[in-house]
Design a protein. Structure first.
Ligand code: PHE
Length: 353
């Protein structure tokens, strides 16, 4: 007795299929519930024992052949499809990079990246603290007791917590000096870039702005170190080797002595030129950490001394990138950002490492 169909023929039919559906329909034709092989199987019972055995074997052989050929052909077709997809989706890495027009880095972020890079190279690490601060961290520990006139220097936003206790939106990054000294033993060498808040708004003030704080505490920190650090920083930041600057005596309750640093500028045809000329722009406040502050933070002021500085990031940013109205920085205007922002891939505007 022979097979109901020519086995060679089925194999060929399956192998000629170009799509998975075609293979599947031949599979159903042979192996489906009402397919050829199950139907023939059902008829076996009517045959004699010898015939049944023989035909049964042949049907099983055919079944295996169809199953194997179907599986192989399905795999072949799938592989061919993947190959085709890979061909079509191939990226030619030798083509020039497409220009990315979407998404710009905000000048404030760019400025913070530069500041971190420059101080990073001077071995400073970066610290952070919360925007909502206790009165102690923002004022008292920094030698600004309640009702002290120095509190009037900063128009503070007060926020009450659930216990009715007064907290503040930090008016400067200096409270992170306190936080760091309370949790770490000297030597300390940190910068703190972050948001700060004062109730003030005009073309050179926004209620939220950014500062970067610096703090060094060890056994021999001194004014000369402080000055050379700040000079190095500003020369690198503005990329001007012979930057003209001056230090002026000043007053901050948390530093003693205190100073402010100015940078020279000229204005020609309404264009600001930094680093030369006869006019002065105040850039930062600094000084030796007041021993009272060290003591408030449990640091022995007979053993340790420190210096600190603080500067406004918006001002640095505006001077470096020629931005004239500070409020533009926070208007969320995409056209503005497209003009003043930085491409994420453009490393040329970063400080050189
Ligand atoms: N915290 C001061 C301010 O906001 C700046 C400052 C920081 C001055 C550290 C001296 C030392 O104006």
């Amino acid at each position: 007795m022979s097979l109901p169909v020519d086995a060679v023929d089925v194999k060929k039919r399956i192998e000629e299929c170009k799509s998975l559906q075609d293979v599947e329909s031949i599979r159903l034709e042979y192996l489906g519930k009402k397919g050829l092989i199950p139907s023939e199987m059902k008829l076996l019972g009517k045959l004699s024992i010898d015939e049944r055995k023989l035909k049964g074997q042949e049907l099983n052989k055919l079944k295996t052949l169809v199953e194997e050929t179907v599986n192989n052909q399905k795999t072949n077709i799938e592989n061919k499809e993947i190959e085709k997809k890979l061909q079509n989706e191939k990226i030619d890495v030798t083509l020039p990079q497409q220009e990315i027009t979407d998404g710009k880095i905000h000048p404030i972020s760019q400025t913070i990246f530069s500041i971190i890079e420059i101080f990073g190279n001077l071995n400073y690490s970066v610290e952070a603290g919360p925007d909502i601060e206790s009165d102690f961290n923002n004022f008292s520990a920094l030698n600004i007791p309640p009702h002290h006139p120095a509190r009037e220097m900063q128009d503070t936003f007060y926020v009450q917590n659930s216990d009715g206790e007064d907290n503040v939106l930090r008016t400067h990054t200096s409270p992170v000096q306190v936080r760091t000294m309370l949790k770490t033993k000297p030597p300390i060498k940190i910068i703190v870039p972050g948001r700060t808040y004062r109730s003030d708004s005009d073309s050179t003030h926004t209620p939220m702005f950014h500062q970067v704080e610096g703090l060094v505490v060890n056994k021999d920190a001194n004014m000369a170190d402080l000055k050379s650090t700040l000079i190095t920083f500003l020369k690198e930041f503005f990329e001007i080797d012979n930057l003209k600057y001056r230090f002026r005596p000043s007053y901050f309750p948390f530093t003693e002595p205190s100073a402010e640093m100015d940078v020279a500028f000229t204005k020609k045809n309404n264009v600001l030129k930094i680093g030369e000329g006869d006019e002065w722009l105040e850039i930062l406040g600094c000084g030796m950490v007041n021993p009272k502050v060290l003591e408030n933070c449990n640091i022995d002021s007979s053993v340790y001394q420190g210096f600190a500085f603080g500067m406004g990031i918006e001002r640095l940013s505006m001077l470096k990138y020629g931005i004239t109205d500070m409020r533009g920085l926070f208007d969320l205007n995409l056209k503005w950002l497209d003009h003043y922002g930085f491409s994420p891939l453009d490393l040329r505007n970063r400080a050189e490492v």
